[in-house]
Design a protein around this ligand. Structure first.
Ligand SMILES: NC(=O)c1ccc[n+]([C@@H]2O[C@H](COP(=O)([O-])OP(=O)(O)OC[C@H]3O[C@@H](n4cnc5c(N)ncnc54)[C@H](OP(=O)(O)O)[C@@H]3O)[C@@H](O)[C@H]2O)c1
Length: 253
């Protein structure tokens, strides 16, 4: 049997990196995307995960990101993709007006526009394999949380895109959406949220979230919120005013 061809965005850190490592321990060689250079990754502790044949440097904040990815796939002679996990995202915790410079546009570009552009660019290869296209959302899409408004808006937009696309592509490509809850990755620090104010150590590690994500992919789940507690939180988000804040922040004694 020929090997599956998978592609993961945001594979240089957190959940995406753990997904890459999990697939590699199963004997697969997924194609990995990130904004870091291969030279930089070669100096890091996970250097063994990355090599020139399987790593594509593409910054999703750039409008030409999809062209870079297509050019890489052409160079590597990849004609079909069995699995694409659009996992890369960037966060922001703070009031919308607090984002520096063109920050709002950058967040929308990375979390929404680049996902749409990559979907469009990768579709012929996904259709060739009747493959699976997995979007990584967030429970933030359905939970009111102060200072998460811009990030939550991008994740809600992504959900809307995935839901309609699923119907458009039914029978040709399977569109799946996985919503992690708070996960112990570097994302919070990169988003400007100080570790002291959140229960970071209590969050599940990226490796266990990556495992749940892969399980959902294999089970063919159309939409999965990772973790029973997160499923309850997501449902409660329709009725309560600040459940995400309550779940993430350290309780005052
Ligand atoms: N952590 C959470 O609590 C949480 C909760 C719900 C949903 N999620 C979702 O889970 C997914 C993975 O997040 P994570 O927690 O694993 O975050 P993470 O550790 O920060 O990893 C995000 C990945 O995306 C990459 N990335 C960010 N901006 C990029 C850009 N402009 N171009 C290309 N790549 C870029 C990062 O690259 P660098 O290595 O260069 O930073 C990294 O590889 C995201 O979709 C996130 O929204 C996370």
């Amino acid at each position: 049997m020929s090997q599956r061809t998978s592609l993961i965005t945001g594979a240089t850190d957190g959940i995406g990196l753990e997904l890459a490592r999990l697939l590699q321990t199963r004997g697969e060689r997924p194609l990995l995307l990130g904004r870091k250079s291969l030279e930089e990754l070669a100096l890091g502790e996970h250097s063994a995960v990355f090599d020139a044949d399987h790593y594509c440097e593409a910054d999703l904040s750039r409008e030409d990101c999809a062209e870079s990815v297509t050019a890489f796939l052409e160079r590597q002679g990849i004609a079909s993709l069995d699995l694409v996990v659009l996992n890369a995202a960037t966060g922001w915790v703070g009031p919308p007006g607090g984002l520096p410079g063109d920050g709002i546009e950058r967040l929308v570009q990375v979390n929404v526009s680049s996902q749409v552009a990559l979907t469009h660019a990768l579709l012929p290869r996904l259709e060739a394999a009747r493959g699976q296209l997995v979007f990584v959302g967030s429970i933030a899409a359905g939970l009111p949380a102060p200072e998460f408004a811009v990030y939550a808006a991008t994740k809600a937009a992504l959900e809307g895109f995935a839901r309609s696309l699923r119907e458009e592509l039914r029978g040709r490509v399977q569109v799946q959406l996985v919503r992690p809850g708070a996960t112990r990755t570097g994302m919070h620090a990169k988003s400007g949220l100080k570790r002291e104010v959140i229960d970071w150590e209590r969050f599940p590690p990226a490796e266990s979230v990556a495992r749940s994500l892969l399980k959902a992919v294999q089970a063919g789940s159309e939409t999965l919120t990772v973790g029973a507690g997160n499923r309850m939180l997501f449902a409660a988000g329709r009725y309560l005013s600040t459940p995400l804040d309550w779940a993430m922040r350290k309780k005052q004694s």
